[in-house]
Design a binder for this molecule. Structure first.
Ligand code: PXG
Length: 468
């Protein structure tokens, strides 16, 4: 970046960062004390920092760099598009070639009758769109009381006031006046921590039926939609039991509510199919997309709605008074289109499904043999390890939630592996292009860091069992 800056050292950058940059989801005191880790370059599944360290990025950035880093084709397309038409909007009866081509391509890839795209700049924006869209839809259909959106505890749908309210993160709700009215949250299908003595299948049914009970409690005439991630990502890669989604689908079909699949993480190959809705046989009325749509090379997201909803809105909706300056941004659209071309032509999703995800499952599930691991689960290219002081009891640690996970994450950083922690869960979501030998490296490093964590946890006397 010499062409943009004249920083002389990491310390230089850290000082300027501390002085002038407020970071998302970061404790200001902590980052200013320790200094930010500064990432300077990336290629394939690896990132480089300003101190010359190279790390295997098992999070694909923030679950988004599906095709891996360093694909020059996307840079070339962005360059060409910037020269030709760097910006124009899609408001007031206008459009442009890249957004038209992208909308058509997305509709072509989508399952079921999902067929029309409302573009946004991010997943948060797209979910904000969904809140207004489903209410506008029901009002247009003569049912203005159908306003309430049911979501789930520990869901993540974004960080704006609307999408953060859809989410079920209590820590977020505690800041800034969330949730907004007419959003409720039911229990999540998290068998490992909340399933008790039930089998996963029994628990899956129970968790799904909480939706039916909630619709009954609120009154069907007041409920607009149910929103859920096919697999909760930020909540800790919570893979629902096999009974969960079929029951949710039945409940949505039998009651008059719209089903929103938030596939910001799951879409574009993450679960081993193009869409999580295919993996779990979900038939959504709306799908939220972002992240893997452009592999993170440009900020872009969207809400894809069914042909049935679109036709109803054509007939009864009039003007939807909503939109973002960057809805369908031409450069972001062109880059997303090129990303989808690469995903498709290089058969990246097929390779994940048929070869690398099964290989990851084999290597990842072997981590369950580690004394600190209570469960090692994955679906496609996303996975979690449940750290525990007592494997057989699925027990939590007595220490503050996340203490052990944080220790493990720090060892991962120090040993060239980017693995996130959510509480005491270690999670991965590597680029879909990760090779078998890179998966070997991931699993070896993970085991080593678990060993280091176990030693440290014993050292600090943290193996005590707590209660949930
Ligand atoms: N829905 C889902 C399912 C997500 O995972 C969003 C919506 C919001 O997207 P934007 O583009 O507005 O960030 C997300 C984003 C984490 C983490 O720490 C997860 C996300 C974003 C940032 C951090 O796991 N997911």
């Amino acid at each position: 970046m010499e062409h943009l800056t004249n920083f002389q050292s990491t310390a230089d950058m850290q000082a300027a960062d501390a002085a002038h940059h407020l970071h998302p989801f970061t404790d200001t005191t902590e980052i200013n004390d320790k200094g930010a880790r500064i990432i300077t370059a990336a290629n394939g599944v690896y990132i480089n920092d300003s101190e010359g360290n190279k790390m295997l990025d098992a999070m694909a950035g923030l679950w988004c760099v599906n095709i891996g880093y360093g694909r020059n084709e996307l840079a070339d397309v962005a360059h060409r598009q910037m020269l030709e038409l760097p910006y124009y909007n899609t408001f007031f009866m206008t459009s442009h070639p890249p957004v038209i081509a992208l909308a058509e391509k997305i509709a072509d890839l989508m399952p079921g009758d999902l067929n029309r795209v409302f573009f946004a700049g991010s997943g948060s924006e797209a979910n904000d769109t969904n809140i207004r869209l489903v209410r506008h839809y029901w009002a247009s259909m003569g049912k203005p009381d159908k306003r309430i959106i049911i979501s789930r505890k520990n869901a993540y749908h974004g960080s704006s006031v609307g999408s953060g309210s859809l989410g079920g993160m209590t820590g977020m709700h505690a800041q800034g006046g969330m949730p907004i009215p007419d959003i409720t949250h039911i229990d999540q299908p998290y068998w490992y921590a909340e399933g008790g003595d039930l089998s996963p299948e029994e628990f899956g049914l129970q968790a799904a039926r909480a939706l039916e009970a909630e619709i009954e409690r609120l009154g069907i005439d007041n409920v607009a939609a149910f929103i859920a991630e096919p697999v909760q990502g930020a909540g800790g890669v919570i893979i629902p039991p096999s009974t969960y989604w079929p029951e949710i689908q039945r409940i949505c079909d039998e009651n008059e509510i719209l089903l929103i699949a938030d596939e910001v993480i799951c879409a574009f190959g993450r679960t081993g199919n193009w869409f999580g809705s295919q993996t779990f046989n979900i038939r959504p009325d709306i799908m939220t997309i972002a992240k893997g749509l452009s592999s993170g090379y440009q900020p872009i997201g969207g809400s894809v709605i069914s042909e049935r909803m679109a036709k109803d809105l054509d007939a009864h909706g009039g003007e939807f008074a909503h939109g973002y300056t960057y809805s369908g941004h031409p450069v972001a659209s062109a880059v997303a289109l090129e990303n989808l071309r690469i995903l498709e032509e290089e058969k990246i999703v097929d390779t994940v499904r048929d070869e690398t995800a099964p290989y990851l499952t084999e290597k990842w599930s072997a981590l369950a043999d580690h004394p600190l691991v209570g469960e090692a689960r994955n679906i496609g290219m996303m996975g979690a390890l449940e750290l525990t002081p007592d494997k057989s009891a699925r027990a939590p640690f007595a220490s503050d939630e996340g203490t052990v996970g944080l220790i493990c994450r720090e060892f991962c950083f120090a040993n060239g592996l980017i693995m996130r922690h959510v509480g005491n869960k270690m999670i991965i979501s590597p680029p879909l292009v990760i090779s078998k030998s890179e998966i070997d490296e991931l699993a070896e490093k993970a085991w080593k860091c678990l060993d280091l964590t176990l030693a440290e946890v014993n050292n600090q006397g943290l193996m005590e069992v707590g209660t949930r």
